[in-house]
Design a protein around this ligand. Structure first.
Ligand SMILES: [Zn+2]
Length: 235
């Protein structure tokens, strides 16, 4: 029984260490998020600028195609003009030609201003990408440090988990079940000392004298009737 108590206490200690290790692992997440936030922000900005640039380029190609089509039409009406048989046909062809010329000019003006916008957007994308690169390399050392520390904490946690498992399987089945149930409870406390005046060290209910004596003799596992923890005495 002595050994069982010892193993249970070690288990409880391991559980405490595991809780702390879990906390340590968790603490890195907000730090990493904070570190990554400006990077993510810039990535989004770069993405949005690139998308806008693509749209502008598509629009530019469309305008260029439209201008081309109109130039072909212009060609056609110029041929009409050459083949005009009278003043009326000539005038009609002139009217068409003027209209199309104006439309071509308008398209070309639009294309020009769009080209300027494309140039500006390309500069913006370049600038944002440069900024992103900068901020990535600025934060990289700190990020690596945090990730390494977090991975170390995770590794420590898995070592503790293994130790706990090894310890747990060596217990007899009753003790195993009892410990698992109690340590998985709300308080996470499976064992508490019997106080000098004979109370449960966890909930402070008084323990009957007879049971106090049995607990002191360590012949079997005794639980507090009020809160269920396994009671033990320190030598
Ligand atoms: Zn109790």
């Amino acid at each position: 029984m002595e050994e069982t108590y010892e193993a249970l206490l070690e288990l409880q200690d391991l559980d405490g260490q595991m809780r702390q290790a879990k906390e340590r692992v968790k603490r890195f997440e907000p730090e990493l998020e904070e570190l990554d936030a400006p990077v993510l922000q810039l990535e989004q900005e770069v993405g949005a600028a690139r998308k806008r640039l693509d749209e502008q380029k598509t629009e530019l190609r469309r305008l260029e195609r439209a201008a081309q089509d109109k130039r072909a039409q212009l060609q056609k009406y110029q041929e009409h003009l050459e083949r005009a048989r009278n003043a009326r046909e000539e005038a009609a062809a002139h009217t068409e030609i003027d209209l199309i010329r104006k439309a071509v000019e308008a398209d070309e003006d639009d294309a020009m201003s769009l080209m300027e916008q494309v140039t500006r957007m390309e500069l913006k994308v370049d600038e944002l990408e440069k900024k992103l690169e900068e901020i990535r390399s600025e934060t990289a050392p700190k990020r690596e440090e945090l990730v390494t520390a977090r991975d170390e904490a995770s590794a420590q946690l898995s070592v503790l988990k293994d130790q706990r498992q090894n310890k747990l399987v060596r217990l007899n089945e009753d003790a195993q079940r009892l410990y698992t149930r109690m340590s998985g409870g709300k308080s996470g406390i499976a064992l508490a000392t019997l106080t000098a005046d004979g109370a449960c060290g966890h909930c402070f209910s008084m323990i009957p004298i007879q049971e106090q004596n049995e607990i002191r003799r360590k012949k079997a596992l005794h639980r507090c009737e009020a809160c269920g923890v396994i009671l033990y005495t320190e030598d």
